[in-house]
Design a protein around this ligand. Structure first.
Ligand SMILES: *Cc1c(COP(=O)(O)O)cnc(C)c1O
Length: 398
C-alpha cells in the first residue's frame, strides 16, 4: 500500500483520538526507525518510553519467537514458567513481596487502586480517600483518569469514581494538610512524565513516606514511565531512599510487548483473596518471556551505569543548548534518560519543533504543549545523543 492510501484508510476507519504525524513507520533497528519510503529516523521517543532495549534487539526477538513457537497464551488458571520467573525477578528487584501482571499501565494502576481500597476498608470502612498529584498521569480507564490530576482528561466523562483528591507535586506541606486517618493511599509518579518531566525535589518523597506512615496510608508509586532503568536505577525510588507499599510498572517492562504489573508488600497482598481480581491476557507466557529479557538485561550494574552516564552527557548537551538559546529554553529537567526541556516563548511552538526535527530525521516528543520530552531507548550512545542535539540546534537556530 502507498503512504497516501494508508493515511486515507486510517483517517477514514480508525477512531479519531490520535493526532498522528504523517509518516508510516515500518521497521526498526537499535535506536533507529524507518518509514515505508525507507527514510531513517533516530528514535528519541521509543514508543513513549517503551522500547528500552531499542528495536529488533536480537535476544528479545529470539525469546519472543521461541515462546510463540511453544505457546503464546494459556489461562491464568494454570502455572507457566515465564510468569513465575518474571514474578521472582520483580519481587527481588523491588524489595516487595508479590507481583501481579496486567496488560497496560492503566490496568496496573487500576489493580493497585483496587487492592489499596480493599486493604484500607479492612482497617476502617471510611478510609477511602486517595490523594494524587496535579499534573500527574495514571492512565485512561475511569479510575485512573480520575487519579490523573489533569481535568481535561476527565471533562464530559462524569460521574467519576469518588474519593480522589489532589495536591501539588513537590509540596509536602500541602499533603500534610490534606492527608488524614481517612486517607487510604497517596499515589504519585516517582518522576512525573506526561505532566512535563518533574523529578521530586530534596526530601519530598521521604516526607511523603513519613506522612503516609503517620496516617496509615499506603504509598503507591507509579513507575510506569520512570521505572525499568530509565532514571539510572531499576526503580526510580531507589534514588530517593524510600520504598513504596505498591509500585506499578508497564511501558518498557517487556520491551514493547504489552504488559503491566504491580508489586506490593505481603501485608497489602493479603487484602485480595482468590476471585477478587483477575485478567485473561495479563502476564501470559509471551509477554512474560519478553519481560524476562528486559529483567535479565536492564538491572545489570553496567547497563544502569550506561543509562546514568549517557543520560548525564545528554543533560549537559541540553544545558548547552539552553545556554545558546536562553530566550527559547527556560529549564532542563530530569534524571537518567527521562529528560525535558521547558520551552519559553520559542520562535516555533513545541509541536512545530517536533515536526521540524522529524523532517530532519529525529523523532522527539512534546508534552503539555511546552516541554520537549526525551525518553529514548536506554541503549543509545553518545554519538546518537550528538545526532539529536545537532538536529535540535539547527531547528532552534533557524
Ligand atoms: C503511560 C503511563 C500510564 C498509562 O499506561 P497505559 O499503558 O497507556 O495504560 C500510567 N502512568 C504513567 C506514569 C504513564 O507514563
Amino acid at each position: 500500500m502507498t503512504e497516501e492510501k494508508i493515511f486515507e484508510q486510517d483517517d477514514k476507519n480508525y477512531l479519531p483520538v490520535f493526532k498522528r504525524y504523517k509518516i508510516v513507520l515500518e521497521r526498526g533497528e537499535g535506536a533507529y526507525l524507518y518509514d515505508i519510503n525507507g527514510k531513517k529516523y533516530i528514535d528519541f521517543l521509543a514508543g513513549i518510553a517503551v522500547n528500552v532495549l531499542g528495536h529488533n534487539y536480537p535476544p528479545l526477538v529470539k525469546a519472543i519467537s521461541e515462546q510463540a513457537a511453544k505457546v503464546i497464551h494459556v489461562s491464568n488458571l494454570y502455572y507457566t514458567e515465564p510468569q513465575a520467573t518474571a514474578a521472582v525477578k520483580l519481587v527481588k528487584l523491588s524489595g516487595l513481596d508479590r507481583a501481579f501482571f496486567a496488560n497496560s499501565g492503566a490496568e496496573a494502576n487500576e489493580g493497585a487502586i483496587k487492592i489499596a481500597r480493599k486493604f484500607a476498608k479492612s482497617l476502617s470502612k471510611d478510609k477511602t480517600q486517595i490523594i494524587t498529584a496535579w499534573d500527574s498521569f495514571h492512565g485512561r480507564t475511569l479510575a485512573t483518569l480520575t487519579a490523573t490530576g489533569q481535568p481535561h482528561y476527565q471533562e464530559g466523562l462524569e460521574p467519576l469514581p469518588a474519593g480522589f483528591d489532589y495536591v501539588h507535586f513537590n509540596d509536602a506541606d500541602e499533603l500534610a494538610e490534606k492527608i488524614s486517618d481517612k486517607t487510604c493511599a497517596v499515589m504519585l509518579e516517582t518522576i512525573q512524565g506526561e505532566g512535563g518531566v518533574y523529578p521530586p525535589k530534596g526530601d519530598y518523597l521521604k516526607r511523603v513516606r513519613e506522612l503516609c506512615d503517620k496516617h496509615g496510608a499506603l504509598l503507591i508509586l507509579d513507575e510506569i514511565q520512570s521505572g525499568m532503568g530509565r532514571s539510572g536505577k531499576f526503580f526510580a525510588y531507589e534514588k530517593y531512599g524510600i520504598k513504596p507499599d505498591i509500585v506499578t510498572l508497564a511501558k518498557g517492562l517487556a520491551g514493547g510487548v504489552p504488559i503491566g504489573a504491580f508489586v506490593c508488600t505481603e501485608e497489602v497482598a493479603q487484602a485480595f483473596k482468590p476471585g477478587d481480581h483477575g485478567t485473561t491476557f495479563g502476564g501470559n507466557p509471551l509477554a512474560c518471556a519478553a519481560a524476562n529479557v528486559v529483567l535479565d538485561t536492564v538491572p545489570n550494574e553496567k547497563f544502569l551505569a550506561h543509562v546514568e552516564e549517557v543520560g548525564a552527557y545528554f543533560k549537559d548537551k541540553l544545558i548547552g543548548l539552553q545556554e545558546k538559546y536562553p530566550a527559547q529554553i527556560k529549564e532542563i529537567r530530569g534524571e537518567g534518560l527521562i529528560l525535558g526541556a521547558q520551552l519559553d516563548k520559542p520562535k516555533r511552538s513545541g509541536v512545530e519543533i517536533v515536526n521540524e526535527c522529524m523532517k530532519r530525521g529525529a523523532i522527539i516528543n512534546c508534552t503539555v504543549g511546552t516541554v520537549l520530552r526525551f525518553i529514548p531507548p536506554l541503549i543509545i550512545t553518545r554519538e546518537q545523543v550528538d545526532e539529536v542535539i545537532n538536529i535540535l540546534d539547527s531547528v532552534l537556530g533557524e
